[in-house]
Every structure is written in C-alpha cells, then in structure tokens.
Design a protein around this ligand. Structure first.
Ligand code: HEM
Length: 504
C-alpha cells in the first residue's frame, strides 16, 4: 500500500510537472506567435524597436508620468505616423486626426473608450463605440448642452470662489495665507458641474475640503487608467469579476461613487411625477427625451472630464501668465481699460470677454501650452484598412492622438513653440490665425467626437481670468517648482502654491 501510494504520488507529481511544463511551453509559444504576428502586421511602420513586439515601451513611458513628452518626441524622430505598440500608432498630422473623427468617417472609437462606462450594463456617450448609437445619444446631449443657459451657474460659482479667497486666503503684509490653487480651482470646476447639472453645487467651495476624498481617490485612479490605456485589451476585463468590485458605485461613502450617489438622488427627485421643472442640464436632458437610465449615466459621465479639464486649463494658463510679467501686465491693462470704459459687468459676460483680444490670446495660448487632455483617445481603423501618409494600415489598428505634440510642434508654431507668448495670436496674418485657431481647437477633439462641454468650458475660461485679475495679485510661492504636474490621461497636479493679495 505504502509502495503503491508512493508510486502514484510520484506519478501524480510527474504528471503535474509535465503538465506545468507543457502549459508553460504552450503559453510561451502563444506569446511568441502573438509577438511575431503583431511585429509582422505593422512591420513597415517606423517607431521604437520595443514597440514592435510588446506594450513595454508604452507602459514604461506611461509609468514615468511624462508619457505626453515621450509621445511628443517620437514623431520628431520617426515622422508623423509612428508605431508605439503592437497594435498602436500615433499621428500628429491634423488632417489625419480630423479625417478619423469626421462626421462621415468609417473610423470608430478605439477599444479603450469602453472604459468610459461607469456601470458595466450601461453605455455612456464616452464608451459607445457603435457610431449609430453614439450619434443618437450625442444628438440628445448636444442639443441639451447648448440650450439651457449655464451662464448663471458659472456666475454663482465664480462668486463662491472669490468669496472663499476673500474669506480665507488673502495675504497681507502682516498675514501669510498661501493657497494650493490647483485644489481650489478644482473645487470651483466641480461645483460648476454640480450647479449647471442639478442646480445645486456639490459644496466643495462652501466647505473648502476634499469632500468624500474625491480628489485623493481620483489622483490614484487616473494613473491606473493611464496604464490601461497602453494595453487597451485590458478594458475587456475591467467590468468582469474581480476587477468590477473595484469600480465606483452609487452606495460608496467616498470617491466618485459618492458623487454618483449625489447625482442619482438629484435625478430621481427630478423624475418624480410632480417634480417642478428647473433650468439646468438635467432638465434639458429630460426634455430631449433621454430614458431615466441614459439620464443618470450621461450626467455622471460629465463630472470627471468636465472638471479636471477646466481645472488644468485655468491653472496652467494662470501659471503661464504669472511666469510672464509682460503678458500679465498686458492682460491687466486690458481688463482695467474695459472696466474704465464702462464695458465690464460684474461678473463679466461672455460677450464682453470675447471682445477683449488680449484675453482671447491668453486663453488660446494657455490651451496651446498645456492641452488638458493627454490621453491617446485612439480611433480604430475600419474594415479593409486604410492608407495613411503613404503607409498601409490594417483594419483594427488603434491610432492615437497627441495634442501635446501638436501644440508644441515647431513646424506649426515656430522655433519658440515651447514658450508661452500670447502676442503670437495678435501678430499672425489672417491666414495663419485661421490655421492656428483650428489647431488649438483640436484640444477639444473634432467632428463626431468633439467635446460636448466645449461651450461650457469656454465660458468658464472667458470669465474666470477677468474676475481673478480685476481683484487680486498673484505671486508664486516656490519659483523653482511652481507646480508639480504629471500626465495620466489628464494632468494630475499638486502644490500649485500661490500668495494672493487684494489689488490696491
Ligand atoms: C478645457 C476644457 C475641456 C477640454 C480641453 C475637453 C476636451 C475633450 C476631448 C479631447 C474630448 C474627446 C474627443 C475624442 O474622443 O476624440 C472630449 C469629450 C467630451 N467632453 Fe470635453 N473637454 C473639456 C471640458 C468639458 C466639459 C466642461 C464637459 C462637460 C460639462 C465636457 C464633456 C465632454 C463629453 C461628454 C465628451 C464626450 C463626447 C463624445 O464622445 O461624443 N468636456 N472633451
């Protein structure tokens, strides 16, 4: 018995070992075959060697927090269409980027967009890759976003924002009250989204704290999403067990899930039969015929892209201004002159801002220097493949964008592309200005995928700098490192410390 038991145990051991060896060989063969196949499919395209057989090149660069700079640099070395992964290219050619997103283009959103679902069962306008369904949903949202008059909500939150600075963060010769401006601007941007979506701000500005640890959790989640974007096939696992247990849920006490709970209760209240119609985005979505499920998801999905982007645009533009005393002085002069001529309301109207040429140049230059979206936003090559810049690109290939590379292209902007200089917009010929405006507009995407919140974002930008510069002076606290910022689809930033004083 003992001998037999030992024999069967060793036979069992042998079988297990053999199976493990066979398993490992099969696994390695599959990996090798996949590597060879992916190398072969796109072998004719230029790019860094590692990118030809694995995602390692992209993962390493994404982990560095400077993925945007690496993607800016590779086209300088390899040309405007570069291979950066086994099935991934990037393009810095504006014609190609526009062509992929054009209204009638057969290209669709790439695989990574699938992670734009908030709950596994329900698609959002971000996650929908089926173009017909995307178009139908977008039509409801687009009409709603334009029609409900969000200016009042932005004005309310601007007043809350300056009240917070006045109450808590004004320095004087005897009192030093530095403020981490990125955080406060983010509070402002979130409360704007809350206000214009539900008629009620989330309360970040009034409570002046990271309610529900939203920012802390978001800053941890974005780098993970960034890594996922380098291996888009991971998206198909995100909504399956055990990964789905980590997704935010309405019942959560902290993070995005907590804001979802807030949004859900506002939406539910508004769908009650006796609910009083209001003048906000939720109402506009209801009026445009959205189903209750669509309604909740589309309101949720705007919270992150609608706040993190405008926060970056405001802070980075302000940083560029403070670092360039002549630009700062020119903008202040323009604001003061408009005020003196009696053409400046309080808060400034969108129309008044648009008639201030230096302000418009500052806003454009800020969007150029630091595009708020740094993700790949890859689109998928349609059936039959396509011919791009003289290369055949097979169907299913993912082609990403790099707005940062586009906005820092010396070909497009000249040798001082890396310098913030609002004057370039005033000096340009009419023809060049048209091209420059079209290029910076790419920050919002284009065509059938263009940002639905662009009018809201532009109105925030049109108002905020006037309201800040008419009231305050700003000094950088740490001139050597004025801000700590790294890229993870969007910018993640901390330590933008400013000393704010009241203007005489
Ligand atoms: C400066 C601020 C902003 C910038 C630079 C920006 C940029 C972008 C970009 C690049 C896209 C993706 C385009 C693509 O997939 O090709 C996008 C999509 C989107 N954005 Fe924005 N965005 C900003 C502000 C906002 C705001 C304030 C909201 C909402 C209140 C918003 C809502 C959306 C939505 C819903 C989409 C998805 C559109 C679709 O897939 O059809 N964004 N945005």
């Amino acid at each position: 018995m003992g001998t037999n038991g030992g024999f069967s145990a060793s036979l069992h051991g042998l079988t297990t070992a053999t199976l493990a060896t066979h398993g490992a060989v099969i696994f390695l063969t599959v990996i090798l075959a996949r590597g060879l196949w992916s190398w072969y499919r796109l072998r004719h395209l230029p790019g860094p060697f590692l990118a030809f057989v694995s995602s390692i090149w992209m993962v390493r660069k994404a982990l560095s927090g400077r993925f945007h700079e690496h993607r800016r640099d590779v086209p300088r070395e390899y040309g405007s269409l570069v291979r950066i992964g086994p099935n991934d290219l990037i393009s810095t050619d504006t014609n190609v980027l526009r062509m992929m997103s054009a209204v009638r283009s057969p290209y669709t959103k790439g695989i990574f967009y699938e992670t734009g679902r908030i709950i596994p069962e329900e698609n959002t306008v971000v996650s929908l890759r089926n173009d017909a369904e995307h178009r139908a949903l977008r039509a409801k949202m687009g009409t709603a976003n334009e029609g409900f008059g969000f200016g009042a909500g932005i004005d309310r939150q601007i007043l809350e924002f300056v009240k917070l600075i006045d109450d808590k963060y004004l320095s004087t010769p005897t009192e030093y009250r530095p403020v981490q401006f990125f955080q406060k601007v983010s509070f402002f941007a979130l409360d704007v989204i809350g206000d214009i979506s539900f008629g009620t701000a989330f309360g970040y500005l009034s409570q002046d704290e990271d309610l529900y640890r939203y920012h802390e959790i978001n800053d941890e989640a974005l780098p993970v999403m960034n890594i996922m974007s380098t291996m888009p096939w991971l998206a198909s696992f995100l909504y399956k067990w055990p990964f789905n247990t980590m997704l935010p849920k309405e019942g959560d006490r902290v993070g995005f899930g907590r804001l979802m709970g807030f949004a859900k209760s506002c939406v539910t209240e508004r769908l009650e039969p006796d609910a009083r119609p209001r003048k906000d985005m939720t109402q506009a979505f209801i009026n445009s015929g959205m189903t209750p499920a669509e309604l909740t998801q589309q309101v949720f999905v705007q919270i992150i892209p609608g706040s993190v982007t405008t926060t970056t645009a405001i802070c980075m533009t302000l940083l560029c201004l403070i670092m360039s005393p002549s630009a700062y002085a020119s903008l202040r002069r323009e604001i003061d002159a408009t005020l003196a001529s009696g053409r400046l309301s309080s808060p400034v109207t969108d129309l008044e801002s648009r008639s201030m040429p230096y302000l418009q140049s500052v806003i454009r230059e800020g969007l150029r220097m630091y595009p708020p979206v740094l993700g790949l936003g890859s689109k998928q090559v349609p059936r039959g493949g396509d011919s791009i810049n003289g290369f055949f690109v097979p169907e299913g290939t993912q082609i990403g964008m790099i707005f940062f590379g586009l906005m820092r292209s010396t070909e497009l902007w000249g040798p001082d592309a890396d310098v913030s200089r609002p004057e370039r917009w005033l000096e340009a010929s009419e023809d060049d200005l048209r091209k420059m405006k079209a290029a910076v507009d790419m920050d919002f995407g284009s065509g059938k995928y263009q940002c639905l919140g662009k009018p809201i974002a532009m109105m925030e930008l049109n108002k905020i700098f006037v309201e800040l510069l008419r009231r305050y002076d700003f000094t950088i606290v740490n001139p050597k490192t004025p801000i700590k910022a790294w890229s993870a689809i969007f910018w993640v930033a901390t330590d933008f410390w400013l000393r704010v004083t009241k203007r005489p």
